[in-house]
Design a protein around this ligand. Structure first.
Ligand code: HEM
Length: 434
């Protein structure tokens, strides 16, 4: 897993380096789509169309190299709405935060169609494309990640973290950046897996978790290539790695674990209604959930540790804040002491919260995708914007996060930026909050 925070939905337009069979296929594909993609022209009412000189890939290489810099340049040149050709897809970017709700709430812009295509391609979950009842039922399980259910998950996360953190900490002797990532991978993967899927009872618990983690990392390493549409057969042994992961997460395999979370239990009940018990697609659903729960958390932890290690003042303030809370709750830190904090107590750690928000502001480059189900016109305050069926629309918050009119010195890490003591936010954001 790279420590680049791509967000939950990876950028499916980004081309990746290919092996030689991949190159041959890409060349064939290029020729095939050359004529088609070059033909499109901007229609009346549509946003500026930027295709670039490279057929099919369009502007993908520039975007991959420097997403923020490239977007900022395009914003200056074309304004807050424009359509890019990226990896054979036409994607309209909406950069003005005042337009986010028009996109997010428009019924004709589907999140589900986007995710279903994605789920089929990357996890080989096919039934979500055809069965809307299954989609609805799976979505209903997300309530077990919220509210009072989240309190239960949080408690279990804390207990598991105690078991996982100390041995990992003692094992790690060097704190170079290069060791920081494997540390975060191990801690987050094992803690998350145990919290959601339960404990491995067998004697070979460590081997099972380590192998699962290693396979998971191999899968994640090639994930963006898979999501960008490259056939799995061209991605080395990825297919067998994915098959093994899916097998490790079938109902039969999960039966060997103790303490499944509510969300997984409920998911299993639903999946058993739609699939035969031995259907491996059940494991594919679980791989999807495992991937969602780990891949955003690792880079968040990595970058938080990275910035704290580089900013001793921030580290000192956070230590102080945590020490105070422990003192006031009569708890001690150090080996052998177990710490328990309620959600309310965690919420009182305002400097810790601000640090995490600052890390997400600085390091997350994810966009929020929607699929255009039919030709439509978005009626925006400043202009009308025609969208074509089959295209994608993306809201891209990183541009807001790095806007100097909103965040003073946006390139700087300021751990207290989101606390009440911080200087007031700039005018543009205030207007949004009103
Ligand atoms: C720092 C940690 C995390 C970040 C930054 C993050 C971010 C995101 C984002 C940006 C989305 C897409 C929302 C959209 O496009 O509308 C998403 C979806 C999702 N996340 Fe997370 N996430 C994190 C941790 C987790 C964890 C720990 C879990 C599970 C235990 C989880 C489960 C999910 C699921 C199931 C979805 C899909 C929701 C749907 O299909 O409606 N995430 N996450």
């Amino acid at each position: 897993m790279s420590a680049g925070m791509g967000g939950f939905w990876p950028e499916p337009w980004l081309p990746q380096s290919l092996g030689s069979p991949g190159l041959a296929l890409a060349a064939g594909l290029l020729l095939l789509v050359l004529c088609l993609s070059a033909r499109r022209t901007r229609r009346r009412g549509e946003p500026p169309l930027i295709k670039g000189w490279l057929p099919y890939f369009g502007q993908a290489l520039k975007l991959q190299k420097d997403p923020l810099g490239f977007m900022t340049t395009l914003q200056k040149q074309y304004g807050d709405i424009f359509t890019l050709l990226l990896g054979g897809k036409y994607i309209t970017f909406i950069l003005d935060p005042f337009h986010y709700t028009s996109v997010a709430k428009n019924q004709k812009l589907s999140f589900q169609i986007f995710t279903n295509k994605f789920l089929k391609r990357v996890f080989s979950i096919k039934k979500m494309i055809t069965d809307s009842d299954l989609i609805d039922e799976i979505h209903s399980t997300y309530q077990f990640l919220q509210g009072k259910h989240l309190d239960i998950l949080m408690e279990s996360t804390m207990q598991n973290l105690k078991q996982v953190f100390e041995p990992q900490l003692l094992k790690t002797t060097s704190w170079n950046t290069e060791y920081l990532l494997p540390f975060c991978n191990s801690v987050i993967f094992e803690t998350t897996f145990t919290t959601i899927y339960g404990n491995v009872l067998a004697d070979d618990k460590k081997t099972f978790i380590t192998e699962l983690k290693d396979d998971f990392l191999k899968f994640d390493e090639k994930f963006t290539r898979l999501a960008s549409g490259i056939p799995i057969e061209l991605l080395g042994n990825l297919k067998s790695v994915r098959t093994k992961l899916i097998k490790d997460l079938t109902i039969e395999s999960l039966a060997k674990l103790q303490g499944l979370s509510e969300v997984v239990q409920r998911r299993n009940d639903i999946l058993e209604k739609y699939y035969m018990p031995k259907d491996t697609e059940i494991g594919a659903h679980h791989l999807g959930l495992l991937w969602a729960s780990v891949t955003n958390t690792v880079p968040t932890m990595f970058w938080a540790m990275y910035y704290l290690l580089r900013h001793p003042k921030a580290m000192a303030v956070l230590r102080d804040e945590i020490d105070h809370l422990l003192q006031s709750t009569g708890q001690k830190k150090g080996p052998g002491f177990s710490i328990y904090l309620t959600r309310e107590q965690l919420d009182s750690l305002v400097y810790l919260e601000s640090t995490i928000l600052e890390v997400l502001r600085l390091c997350s480059f994810s966009g929020i995708f929607r699929f255009v189900q039919e030709d439509l016109t978005l009626h925006l305050e400043s202009q009308d914007c025609c969208l074509r069926k089959g295209d994608f629309v993306v809201i891209f918050p990183p541009i807001l996060h790095h806007d100097p009119e909103i965040f003073e010195a946006p390139e700087e890490f300021r751990f207290d930026r989101f606390t009440e003591n911080a200087p007031p936010l700039n005018v543009k954001l205030k207007k949004m909050n009103d």
